[in-house]
Write a protein that binds this ligand. Structure first.
Ligand code: PEP
Length: 250
């Protein structure tokens, strides 16, 4: 039996402001009470340092992206060492919005994950199928291909996190059914163990896609759901704290 701590991570996307960091303080207070749960907030780059200071260690702070190179002529990009210096201890790579908007490929996502891990960040690597791919019955094959090409080869275990985020569920209010989540998370776990052996049992698999207070408990009860990557509902303590509490009860 492998015990994995639940991780509830908030992705603020291009939202938030210095004024809004009171939410982080309230989230950090709840996170301190939630035994057995890791809580993280990934704000825009500009808010990483102030969010870390305001939360005073109550939540982990992460980047929403990381460049695969350490430094150089890459306008607008931020390296893993820069994230760490700002106070981040983790980062997301391969969110579907970046795969679409910035045309990020699996190979680039993998390079980002490798760079983050090498610098000592925990890395959340996102995978997930589109609505058309699911309707065509290709969802499992798509996710297996993304895992094979987006994940690094050398891992210890818990520093790598996979987020299964069906694109059709992100920001839409359409949540995958527990049966769909169970099927995909079991397939992801099997792929991780086939590739990494026992270390694959330590990789946490998050579900992401319209997680809210009223569906979190049901999702956390599904086997191999080790937490959630939360977008919209992570922006306020009022919506995010009940999700953290559901993870603590699960
Ligand atoms: C996300 O963007 O990673 C996400 C899961 O968003 P939401 O919770 O808003 O669907």
């Amino acid at each position: 039996m492998h015990v994995r701590r639940k991780l509830v991570a908030g992705n603020w996307k291009m939202n938030g402001s210095l004024d809004g960091l009171n939410e982080v303080i309230a989230i950090a207070e709840a996170a301190r009470e939630a035994s057995g749960v890791d809580v993280a907030i990934c704000p825009p780059f500009t808010l990483i340092a102030p969010a870390g200071m305001r939360s005073a260690g109550g939540v982990r702070i992460g980047g929403q992206d990381v460049h695969h190179r350490a430094s150089g002529a890459h306008t607008g990009c931020v390296s893993a060492a820069m994230l760490k210096e700002a106070g981040a201890s983790l980062a997301i790579a391969g969110h579907s919005e970046r795969r679409t908007d910035q045309h990020e490929t699996d190979a680039e996502v993998r390079a980002k994950a490798e760079a983050g891990l090498a610098a000592g960040l925990d890395m959340i690597v996102c995978v997930g199928e589109s609505d058309a791919q699911r309707r065509a019955g290709d969802h499992s094959a798509v996710v297996e291909r993304q895992l094979a090409a987006s994940l690094p080869d050398d891992i210890g275990g818990a520093e790598l996190v996979v987020a299964y985020e069906p694109i059709w569920a992100i920001g839409t209010g359409n949540v995958a059914t527990p049966a769909d989540v169970a099927e995909m998370h079991a397939a992801i776990r099997a792929a991780l163990v086939a590739r990494y052996g026992d270390a694959g049992q330590h990789v946490r698999i998050l579900y992401g896609g319209s997680v809210k207070a009223d569906n979190a408990a049901e999702l956390f009860a599904v086997a191999d759901v080790d937490g959630a990557l939360v977008g919209g509902a992570s922006l306020t303590a009022a919506q995010f704290v009940p999700i953290i509490e559901a993870a603590a009860r699960s």
